[in-house]
Design a protein around this ligand. Structure first.
Ligand code: CTP
Ligand code: ZN
Length: 153
């Protein structure tokens, strides 16, 4: 990409989540609990051209590193994402996300009678399967639109 094509400027320190499935950037922000209200410095590119994906989304967050749990949930909606850790404008670490075996918190169980929805102190816990994610407490299987079950902090 040439300088004239650069849409979102480089960041100094923080995390660049690149190669996000086109259209998923807002869900990525939800996973990270970013709603703009806490003053985080965030840049978002949506449906930008990508050699590898055709179209991709990209999210750049200043002064923030992601927890393993956030990366795990992210992998479910953006399996091709790369996480770039930036320090002093340089990419110092780059890794692909991988599908975890289980995810704790972040997703909420759609079953209103589930112990994780009824009592706040119990964190949700889902097993990650081929066909979707399954609540460990009540066995509810979420097959589609996993993003719709992200619980925003
Ligand atoms: N980036 C940024 N700020 C920096 C450094 C990099 O926003 N200070 C962004 C780049 O714009 C790019 C991503 O972080 O979207 C990864 O940077 P880099 O590894 O330099 O780019 P590529 O080699 O193109 O990455 P890949 O091979 O993963 O596609
Ligand atoms: Zn449940």
């Amino acid at each position: 990409m040439t300088d004239t094509e650069l849409r979102v400027s480089k960041i100094e320190d923080g995390t660049v989540i690149d190669h996000i499935t086109g259209g998923q950037a807002l869900n990525v922000l939800a996973i990270l609990g970013i709603d703009g209200g806490s003053g985080e410095e965030v840049s978002v590119g949506m449906n930008v051209p990508s050699d590898r994906l055709g179209r991709k989304d990209i999210v750049k967050v200043e002064d923030r590193e992601l927890s393993q749990n956030e990366v795990d949930v992210l992998s479910l909606i953006a399996p091709a994402a790369t996480i770039n850790i930036v320090r002093g404008f340089d990419v110092v670490e780059k890794h692909r996300v991988s599908r975890p075996e289980e995810v704790t918190g972040v997703l909420s169980c759609p079953n209103a009678n589930c112990i994780t929805t009824e009592s706040e102190p119990v964190d949700s816990h889902f097993e990650v399967l081929e066909e979707g994610v399954r609540c460990t407490y009540c066995d509810t299987l979420v097959r589609e639109s996993i993003a719709a079950h992200i619980s925003v902090a």
